[in-house]
Design a binder for this molecule. Structure first.
Ligand code: S3P
Length: 380
């Protein structure tokens, strides 16, 4: 397939992104475990969330689409008839691993070629400490991930990386464990699971620590109530349009009804630091999540900016969008401490740099660093 793009005037207008993918995954899993109906309104329509839904069905939940919403009903999980296909979705695999570790049966999680290259040792280690038996390929590093569930015990665990997927995995496991499971997240990773569990009546201890770190604990075994989750628009989808506006003098894009959870909106802070005008509208709350409108206006001249390493978890999925803005800045922008981006669905550092190079833009990925020199592309 080929797609030809012609230069045009800067973008102006409003985008209403599809439902947030991360929140949709969590709402579907809540429906799998809660025992009361969970209604997911405006859920993300993509293949990743469909994978979570079909895994939930294979584990005994019923999923019904009615009046524009998914109605999930689960409660007691049953042993699946075969391996659970997570498709391309690392979130499905890692979050579900936490649920499955606490079930009295065996299961196996696998996915597509890209998912089979993504690390699972980060969930195996703590879930083993909780008492489950887990094995995986390549010396227990890569999927397929086989789980023999057990009566879990609570643990205290310091995550080596600020990963929301791992934190969420352990909080789900903690709901099935005996005693207190305490997770220390070393940076400002997204906190959707914590917010949703609280909205569903689960008691969490939650302490914010210096540098955006947090400590969250749940005492198990415990159950979540049913809930209606009005899924906010996906900030990660809106990010490309907002970055395009920042990159073009005079362009102006508004994203409406978008999730503005501060653990997701690091890109806005970066665009502001580069000189773009960012207006955040009034916020309302949906299932514990802040939702609102945000408008970005492109300045006459965008400044380059070095993203501090501690900011990365708040824009972990928006770095490709930031890279577009960085190409329009007058100088070199840098991101460091970003090794995590090499173990996503693709090696994002390498692919951003190589695709920008193909467009005539000076970009370099080395180790955990990405450097982009902005300006006009050759022949542009
Ligand atoms: C996600 C967490 C992030 C993110 C991923 C979705 C989530 O991954 O990159 O796209 O929904 O919890 P990590 O937790 O591994 O950083």
């Amino acid at each position: 397939m080929s797609l030809t793009v012609h230069p045009g005037p800067g973008p102006r207008g409003t985008v209403t992104p599809p439902g947030d993918k991360s929140i949709t995954h969590r709402a579907l899993l809540l429906g799998l475990i809660s025992g009361e109906s969970v209604r997911v309104v405006g859920g993300n329509p993509g293949a990743d969330c469909a994978a979570t839904r079909s895994c939930a069905e294979a584990l005994g939940a019923t999923a019904r689409f009615e009046d524009g919403a998914w109605h999930m009903l689960g409660g007691t999980l049953r042993e699946p008839a075969g391996p659970l296909d997570c498709g391309n979705s690392g979130t499905t695999l890692r979050l579900l691993a936490g649920v499955l570790a606490g079930q009295p049966f065996r299961s196996q999680l696998f996915g597509d070629a890209s998912l089979l290259r993504r690390p699972v040792d980060r969930v195996i280690a703590p879930l083993r400490l909780m008492g489950a038996t887990l094995t995986a390929s390549a010396g227990d590093r890569l999927p397929p991930l086989s789980i023999t569930g057990a009566k879990l015990r609570g643990i205290e665990y310091q995550l080596p990386v600020a990963s929301a997927q791992v934190a969420s995995c352990l909080l789900f496991a903690g709901m099935f464990a005996e005693g207190r499971t305490c997770v220390r997240v070393p940076g400002p990773a997204r906190d959707h699971t914590e917010r949703m569990l609280r909205a569903a009546g689960v008691v969490l201890e939650w302490e914010d620590l210096a540098g955006g770190a947090r400590e969250v604990a749940v005492v198990g075994p415990c159950r979540a109530h049913g809930l209606e989750v009005a899924v906010p628009g996906d900030f990660s989808s809106a990010a490309f349009f907002l970055a395009a506006a920042a990159a073009t003098p005079g362009a102006r894009v508004r994203a409406s009804s978008v999730g503005l959870n501060p653990s997701r909106t690091g890109l806005l802070d970066v665009l502001e630091a580069m000189g773009a005008e960012v207006e955040r509208g009034a916020l309302r709350e949906a299932a514990g999540e802040p939702v609102g409108g945000v408008t970005v206006t492109g300045p006459d001249r965008l400044r380059p900016f070095d993203i501090p390493a501690g900011w990365l978890p708040r824009l972990i999925d928006e770095v490709p969008a930031w890279a577009i803005a960085a190409t329009a800045a007058s100088g070199t922008s840098r991101l460091s401490g970003a090794g995590e981006l090499r173990v996503k669905e693709s090696d994002r550092l390498e692919l951003i740099a190589s695709n920008l190079l193909r467009l005539g833009i000076v970009a370099r990925a080395a180790g955990d660093t990405l450097e982009i020199s902005g300006g006009r592309p050759e022949g542009g």
